[in-house]
Design a protein around this ligand. Structure first.
Ligand code: NAD
Length: 257
């Protein structure tokens, strides 16, 4: 792994426009579980309850959905940015960060100091809850309080409509502006680092490939294999936080020399 970290450090030092594409694995060290690892959310919930049409049509699925959020919100609200989030901020300070493209809904990149306009949230954000009918926005802390108070399926105070976190569920389209911004950054960068993502969720997982097809180097940092490892220029099997932190340190050293 040490050789891989050095190689990533060199790639960062040589690059001018870095895009970091992140998945749930950059936030596991912050106490937010991913979906697919053992003990992850899909080992305890049935993904079929999380399809958008099920949310719209089944009270039972809505109850399961909000039960998961009753578990997820306290973790989200307690979490602080981790080493990979801070490494992205450091890339920004080095003048190398073009953008962060994230599948995460936890807002931790912004909390680490990367400006909102440089963070493309492909799957929305869980820190906001919206009425599906009148679009009224609620903060997730308020909804967490309602859930803790025994409410099973929160509804809008204004119109009585269904509330839902402002995230993209299975069966919902990705926000078109986010997808086109992600494609633009992918085509523009000269180094794409995909960190902490299984690269199994489409269309988000196409973004690193678009970068590579546009001529960028592709580095993959993940604990487990991904479908694109064979195509990548560099694969580092390790903790995203540790690898990102050390690789950015290596790049800073190379810069100073
Ligand atoms: P995923 O659960 O499919 O994959 C996470 C990957 O990260 C896995 O391959 C796992 O091996 C790896 N991993 C776990 N801990 C790691 C670590 N410390 N270092 C390196 N790798 C690590 O998640 P995904 O690919 O991001 O996409 C699935 C969906 O999960 C997305 O739609 C996203 O919205 C959602 N999600 C987000 C959060 C969050 O916002 N923090 C949490 C759970 C799920």
């Amino acid at each position: 792994m040490q050789e891989g970290i050095k190689a990533l450090g060199r790639a960062i030092a040589e690059a001018e426009k870095v895009v970091v594409f992140t998945g749930a694995g950059v936030s596991t060290e912050c106490g937010i579980p991913d979906f697919r690892s053992p003990g992850g959310l899909w080992s305890r919930y049935d993904p079929s309850d999380f399809y958008f049409h099920r949310f719209l049509t089944s009270e039972a699925s809505r109850k399961v959905y909000w039960r998961m959020y009753r578990e997820f919100f306290p973790l989200l609200h307690k979490a602080s940015p981790g080493r990979a989030h801070r490494a992205c901020k450091r890339l920004l300070e080095m003048g190398k960060l073009l953008a962060v493209i994230t599948q995460n809904v936890d807002g931790l990149h912004q909390r680490a100091g990367v400006p909102d306009e440089l963070v493309v949230e492909l799957h929305g954000r869980a820190t906001e809850v919206r009425c599906l009918q009148c679009q009224e926005v609620y903060c997730s802390e308020e909804i967490e309080r309602r859930l803790k108070g025994g409410c099973e399926v929160p509804t809008c105070d204004r119109c009585g409509g269904l509330l839902k976190p402002a995230t993209v569920s299975f069966g919902q389209a990705l926000p078109p502006e986010a997808l086109s911004a992600a494609e633009k950054y992918a085509k523009e960068c000269d180094l794409m680092i995909a960190a902490g993502s299984s690269l199994l969720v489409h269309p988000a997982a196409m973004i690193p490939l678009i970068a590579q097809e546009g001529g960028a180097k592709l580095a993959i940092v993940n604990l487990t294999p991904t479908p694109y490892d064979e195509r990548a220029d560099l694969v580092i099997r390790g903790e995203a936080g540790e690898v990102m932190e050390k690789a950015v340190e290596e790049a800073m050293l190379a810069h100073d020399q």
